[in-house]
Design a protein around this ligand. Structure first.
Ligand code: ADP
Ligand code: MG
Length: 280
């Protein structure tokens, strides 16, 4: 029996995240397909996420950019919350990298350029994503980037407030690989969302071009140490301009690190052409 939520027929599962499933939803009147993120109310309560989910929705509502998944509406039932957004029909960046290993410089420029434009736009609105990783970067059928999952951006003061910031961050995003060094330190000085996103972008660009992460370890403590103090190793074949950009983004001192808005001006980043944010 197909489940119906409001005017949407809920179909196959498109993706599974930390706090919710994303399923296909077909509007029964228009036939248009959407992606519906389903969050159980009891999950929200159990994780004290009510304020965060509210913010995720209000953030999605206010963002309008060709490289950010477009919010449609929100529905509420007795047991769940349904966030209806535009369906993105291509692979996640995660899938693309899994299939190809790494990207050509041309493809990386195309994808990373759009990512930087989308993230810089968020920063102009005072919104920081804080969970930029390949699973949250969707690609449509023509490889246009659509950034999704503003669930973490809602989590103001996620770290450096509670007693055990690392553990909290780890459970919340499930991965440390994209996490900036200052977030992992136990300092109570806080951090700058713009610089945290810039670091994640640096990790993503390295991953796209090289096909592996710059800092890797199965062990959380060892990984933390690498992120905080190991120098990045670049393959000899890497384009010097790309390397320059990565090294500015993966600057361990957040005060010296460039912002994503500055990265947008970097010579390696293609200038946007056309209206759809495509850089090809
Ligand atoms: P979580 O906050 O639980 O990580 P996400 O918003 O990241 O949830 O969604 C989980 C997964 O669902 C994504 O990694 C992706 O595979 C899929 N997904 C999310 N939004 C869309 C969308 N608009 N179109 C198609 N698939 C999507
Ligand atoms: Mg996600």
């Amino acid at each position: 029996m197909p489940v119906k939520v409001g005017k949407y027929l809920i179909g196959e599962t498109l993706g599974q995240g930390a706090f919710g499933k994303v399923k296909l939803g077909k509007h029964t009147e228009t036939g248009v397909q959407y992606a519906v993120k389903i969050i159980e109310k009891k999950e929200i309560a159990a994780n004290s996420m009510a304020a965060n989910v509210k913010r995720e929705i209000s953030i999605m509502r206010q963002l309008h950019h060709p490289n950010i998944v477009n919010f449609h509406e929100v529905l509420i039932s007795k047991a769940s919350l349904f966030i209806v957004m535009d369906l993105v029909k291509g692979d996640e960046l995660y899938e693309l990298l899994r299939k190809r290993g790494h990207l050509t410089e041309r493809d990386a420029k195309h994808i990373f350029g759009q990512l930087v434009h989308g993230v810089a736009y968020c920063h102009e609105q005072g919104i920081y994503h804080r969970d930029l990783k390949p699973e949250n970067i969707l690609l449509d059928a023509t490889s246009n980037v659509k950034i999704t999952d503003f669930g973490m951006s809602a989590m103001t003061g996620l770290v450096n407030e509670a007693g055990n910031p690392n553990a909290l961050l780890y459970t919340a995003c499930g991965t440390l690989y994209y996490c900036a060094p200052e977030v992992l330190s136990n300092s109570t000085t806080g951090y700058n969302g713009e610089k945290v996103d810039a670091w994640s972008c640096g990790i993503l660009l390295y991953l796209m071009l090289v096909g592996r992460l710059p800092f890797e370890s199965e062990d959380m403590a060892a990984l933390t140490k690498l992120i905080q103090s190991a120098p990045v190793k670049y393959p000899k074949s890497m384009d010097p301009m790309a390397m320059d950009l990565i090294s500015r983004l993966l600057e361990k001192d957040q005060h010296k690190r460039i912002t994503v808005r500055e990265a947008r001006q970097h010579n390696w980043i293609p200038k946007p052409t056309g209206e759809n944010g495509s850089t090809n």
